[in-house]
Design a protein around this ligand. Structure first.
Ligand code: NAD
Ligand code: DAU
Length: 349
């Protein structure tokens, strides 16, 4: 069936992988990438698909209701996959208002435009991409399931939780056809180097200190970005309207163990003596309100839609490290300008 799919945030990390995949795998769809190009959005990520006949880019803010109305009309948008967001927890601690603006008001603006544009629920879907952080923090045991009560603890996760609630409220109140997925920590190429893995890769290469927050025992559940894209594809095509799906690969690691693993990989790739990079590990002041552990139970997605993760972190981390080493120009460009100014303001250069 023909679909005109609006992907918001398609110039960011996960969004650019999703746009690549949809443009190539579904030539019968029109893919419209709607992105404000903040510090985290980069059209270079999409250079391989920019001239594809089924791809269009529109520079726009999810708060711009008029522009969104125009885009829905002009491209006869039938489906939305909504990724545009402020996504970094540390930034949300420095500037919570920006997160409410983009993640909450932006999402509600987009929901309103979809509701006004779609006269009936048939053949439409608003698919909202969210995070496992809405569920709060786990102790040593247990997993987040689709029925775990929401307990967000950072301004970022509170803003994402609020946006999830609005998406479901539009379903229950107005009958808008929606789906939501909540995913664990992604990693891979094109991730902005303020997030743990690319930040560590860059610092190892530059022989700078590797800032591990607190005692490094916080646990994250890591997923190769390509596995997330496959899950989104399955849910988009075969998920049930009104449902929520948790996405995670059962790859939990303590931050310190992950950083040590990366150090060994980088020693090998950079031809350094094993153990050289680990000497750069520096324990620093903890993130305020730092969630102890995230872990997803993906059983519903696996049994209902047959999804399973393919890439183990050992392999995925090696591929990621090699990609950053091979893409120095990209790294240089995204870390100059606005990012450098932000970093110096908060971390002193
Ligand atoms: P990212 O920060 O790399 O990209 C965000 C994109 O959104 C950028 O291209 C940016 O320009 C765009 N954007 C920001 N504000 C906008 C606005 N007002 N209007 C239009 N575009 C705007 O983020 P990411 O890591 O790729 O995450 C994408 C989505 O997936 C987010 O909604 C995030 O909450 C969710 N998510 C991320 C992860 C993860 O590990 N990265 C895990 C689960 C869920
Ligand atoms: O769980 C999904 C979430 O994962 C997504 O919704 C977010 O968009 C994404 O940014 C990510 O959030 P985290 O806060 O878990 O990711 P981050 O890469 O910032 O940090 C991962 C862990 O590493 C976390 O426990 C904090 C720690 N950390 C992070 C940085 C940047 C450090 O120890 N040192 C650092 O310099």
């Amino acid at each position: 069936m023909h679909k005109n799919v609006l992907i918001t945030g398609g110039a960011g990390f996960i969004g650019s992988h999703l746009v690549h995949h949809f443009v190539r795998a579904y030539p019968q769809y029109q893919i419209i990438n709607y992105d404000a190009l903040t510090y985290a959005g980069n059209l270079e990520n999409l250079s391989e698909v920019e001239s594809a006949p089924n791809y269009r880019f529109v520079k726009g803010d999810v708060l711009d209701r008029e522009l969104l109305q125009q885009v829905f009309k002009e491209h006869d948008i039938t489906h939305v996959i909504h990724l545009a967001a402020e996504s970094h927890v540390d930034r949300s601690i420095h500037d919570p208002l920006q997160f409410i603006t983009t993640n909450v008001l932006g999402t509600v603006t987009l929901l309103q435009v979809a509701r006004e544009s779609w006269k009936s629920p048939e053949d439409h879907c608003f698919y909202h991409i969210s995070t496992d952080e809405v569920f709060g923090s786990l102790g040593e045991e247990g997993f987040f399931t689709e029925t775990t009560p929401y307990d967000p603890r950072s301004p970022y996760s509170a803003s994402k939780a609020s946006s999830d609630h609005f998406v479901r409220a539009f379903h229950h109140t107005y009958g808008l056809p929606v789906m939501v997925s909540n995913c664990s920590n992604n990693y891979g190429p094109y991730q902005f180097p303020e997030k743990l893995i690319p930040l560590m890769i860059r610092n190892i290469q530059l022989e700078r200190p590797l800032p591990v927050y607190g005692d490094g025992t916080n646990v994250r559940d890591w997923l190769w970005v390509g596995d997330h894209i496959e899950a989104i594809d399955e849910i988009f095509h075969r998920g049930r309207i009104g449902e929520t799906y948790n996405i995670g690969g059962h790859h939990e690691m303590r931050n310190i163990d992950l950083v040590r693993m990366l150090c060994l990989i980088m020693d090998e790739l950079l031809d350094r003596e094993p153990g050289t990079s680990a000497k750069l590990i520096t324990y620093v002041k903890d993130r305020p309100g730092h969630d102890a552990r995230y872990a997803i139970d993906p059983l519903k997605l696996m049994t209902e839609l047959g999804w399973k993760p393919r890439v183990h972190p050992k392999e995925g981390l090696r591929r990621t490290a090699a990609w950053y080493l091979d893409n120095q120009d990209w790294l240089e460009r995204v870390t100059s300008g606005a990012y450098q100014a932000y970093y110096e303001r908060h971390y002193g250069g």
